[in-house]
Design a binder for this molecule. Structure first.
Ligand SMILES: [Zn+2]
Length: 420
């Protein structure tokens, strides 16, 4: 075994056994194949940007990611990934096999956007920036996924774990992480995934290792409805919801664990002179801790039940009582990694090496799903700068993107282990 053999053996050993990776980064970065892969990010910067513009220009509204998915399936094949396929829910998957098929490192980027069908999404150039809805969230993430696959394609670098690339659906809003949930619902795959990296947006300092949980509801109240004058005294669904909201806003939430709730949408009624027969609100509950989400849900259900009972008691003419229905329209599990988690140590070591100031964050991302299952996972940005996310003015500046990509490359290889 030559000197490089010893070093590589050491890397393999470290990735298999040791929690820390401080030594591994420098050794890894010096491998010629890793240097070639990192050079790809600089040499092919324009190809990466063109891919980002191209895929951002393909509409991917919530629950309709098919067209963008088909494009990515083609790109996965062109980049030499193996076993490229689209699963039943629309996730596009491709593999770079490692020597140990029982271990998988998942690298994913969500392809859905928050923009409804019909949104104008032409990407345009303004100064240093590229502007268009979804250009960064998650154009930058998906472009990073393609860049990693491209950078690894030409190297003879062999990883220990198999790298599974996923361009997944359903991250945003009421998509409810359904792409990730479907991936991890596959028990055979779930058992093989040793670590997962979700690439989302641009920020190369970001390290989201804590999953902010949320649960979302639609509360619908129905009643007989009638004329505002002739039927005055019938129970009124809007009044009932007003009572419920008033009760809910009196509920105290703790500062620690940080917890929040929001009545975000309200609708109902047909005319100013009609007693509505239906009204509804949408409520979002979030907390760093699952038990607080459950407690707030309990309070919300109690508030609705009491409000409906009060409104029914207020009614002074017969015509049928109000009824409330509470539907769960979103569910994102909470959870967090211990600060000693290997994936956090690896990213911290890579960041220290690259001069990146790690910003540990808690938010609601695709990483929620593996984290809640006890699998080490983080969400990171794909590099560059961006702003005005989720708006038509969303912008992206690729300056410095190669650093964010190198960060993900090194962390991925440390997680997977490398050999010649
Ligand atoms: Zn996103």
């Amino acid at each position: 075994m030559g000197r490089s053999g010893v070093l590589i053996g050491l890397l393999l050993l470290m990735s298999a056994q040791l929690p820390a990776a401080e030594v591994g980064v420098e050794t890894l970065e010096k491998l010629p194949a890793v240097q070639r892969a990192a050079e790809f990010f600089v040499r092919e910067a324009d190809w990466i940007l063109q891919q980002q513009i191209r895929l951002t220009s393909i509409p991917a509204p919530p629950f309709h990611e098919e067209e963008r998915g088909r494009y990515l399936e083609e790109q996965f094949r062109a980049l030499g990934l193996e076993n490229v396929r689209r699963d039943a829910i629309g996730n596009v998957l491709g593999e770079r096999p490692g020597s140990d098929p029982e271990h998988v490192v998942l690298i994913s980027a969500h392809i859905d956007t928050v923009f409804p069908a019909g949104t104008e999404i032409a990407v345009r150039h303004e100064g240093e920036n590229w502007v268009g809805p979804g250009i960064a969230d998650n154009g930058a993430g998906v472009a990073a996924l393609l860049a990693l696959a491209g950078a690894l394609r030409d190297t003879r670098l062999r990883t220990g774990a198999t790298l599974l690339f996923a361009a997944n659906v359903g991250e945003e809003g009421e998509g409810n992480l359904r792409g990730m949930q479907a991936l991890f619902a596959d028990g055979a795959l779930r058992r093989r995934v040793r670590a997962a990296i979700a690439i989302d947006g641009s920020n190369a300092e970001r390290l989201t290792a804590q999953a902010l949980g949320s649960k979302r509801f639609q509360i619908v109240v129905r009643g007989p409805g009638g004329h505002s004058w002739a039927d005055f005294g019938l129970p009124n669904p809007i009044q009932a919801l007003a009572r419920a909201i008033t009760r809910m806003t009196a509920v105290q939430v703790p500062a620690q664990p940080r917890t929040a709730f929001n009545v975000g949408e309200i609708s109902g009624g047909t005319a100013v002179n009609a007693i509505p027969y239906e009204a509804s609100v949408k409520v979002d509950i979030r907390s760093e801790m699952e038990s607080e989400i459950e407690r707030l849900e309990y309070e919300m259900r109690a508030a609705v039940a009491e409000a409906v009972a009060q409104e029914n008691a207020w009614a002074r003419v017969p015509g049928g009582p109000l009824e409330a229905e509470i539907r769960v329209i979103g569910r994102r599990p909470a959870g967090e990694l211990p600060p000693t988690a290997r994936i956090i140590e690896i990213f911290r070591a890579v960041d220290a090496h690259l001069g990146i100031k790690t910003s540990l964050q808690r938010s609601s991302t695709d990483a929620n799903v593996p984290i809640s299952l006890g699998i080490e996972a983080v969400a990171v940005g794909g590099g560059g700068r961006s702003g005005a996310s989720h708006s038509p003015r969303e912008w992206y500046d690729p300056t410095g993107r190669e650093v964010g990509l190198k960060r993900i490359l090194l962390a991925t290889l440390l997680l997977a282990g490398v050999e010649e």
